[in-house]
Design a protein around this ligand. Sequence first.
Ligand SMILES: NC(=O)c1ccc[n+]([C@@H]2O[C@H](COP(=O)([O-])OP(=O)(O)OC[C@H]3O[C@@H](n4cnc5c(N)ncnc54)[C@H](OP(=O)(O)O)[C@@H]3O)[C@@H](O)[C@H]2O)c1
Length: 257
Amino acid sequence: MRTVEYTRQGEAAQVLTLREEARRPTPGSGEVLVRMLVRPIHPGDLIGVERAMEKALRGQTGLVLQTAAGSSIGRLVSAAAVRHDLQLINLVRSTSGAEKMRTLYPSQPTIATCDDDWREQVRRHAGERGVQVVLDCVGGSMTQDLAELLADGGTLISYGHLSSGTTSLEALPLMARELTVRGVSILHWMSRTPRERAEDVAFAQDLAQNTPDLLDVAASYDLADFKAAIEHARRPAKSGTVLLTTPRTADSGHGAA
Ligand SMILES: NC(=O)c1ccc[n+]([C@@H]2O[C@H](COP(=O)([O-])OP(=O)(O)OC[C@H]3O[C@@H](n4cnc5c(N)ncnc54)[C@H](OP(=O)(O)O)[C@@H]3O)[C@@H](O)[C@H]2O)c1
């Protein structure tokens, strides 16, 4: 069995190590041993974000603005918005990224934040109703701009921090405009009810079967090449998910994880 492990904090490519064990782990009572052939470098997941978005919209048909829309999760959010008939504005950081999103989702306005007037462009698209929910995985100095784009009573959902730097928000507008800021993490997914989790898995399966292009694969690397895979996953303008694989025949007889 091969595992990639970390025993101390630090730069992933430096602190992660590959460990190989000849012995196959023995499942305990009520446990199963799963042979894992493919895993993503970053297990991006839509589910927690989507549920938070639904909660923030409270059944209304408000406008949602999302950052890093070209990411794996961003594109899933776009697909979910089409599926649920939600109005979504996409933000990406480059002109080329914006072109790509416009091709994929022509019905959704996509704005590049490299444009000096990106805030104005959002306001023009949002019109008088404003933005009800911001889904943000960039953070940093952009967060204050995003909060200012929210309509009174709106919600900013933070689920990642791709930018470097501190995320700061001015308290006064938060109070005066009754804005809500909340975080979302996939770590809490297991606390959902079995029925909710089954619905989430069914939704993911449906997306995978009916919109395979959405689950774009950037590249596949053998598990032992995890450092190269990490480097690839961090490349700017990378499109899709980087996978770590185990050949079907490898580890046979030892069990693979
Ligand atoms: N809360 C949770 O439970 C949870 C779970 C999974 C993932 N996440 C978060 O979700 C986010 C997306 O993950 P992913 O796996 O979908 O990512 P991904 O497919 O690797 O895509 C990364 C995207 O982020 C953009 N980006 C990178 N740095 C940026 C910056 N400084 N400013 C603006 N855009 C930037 C890239 O744009 P370019 O194309 O222009 O390079 C690319 O589109 C990450 O922040 C991750 O931590 C959260």
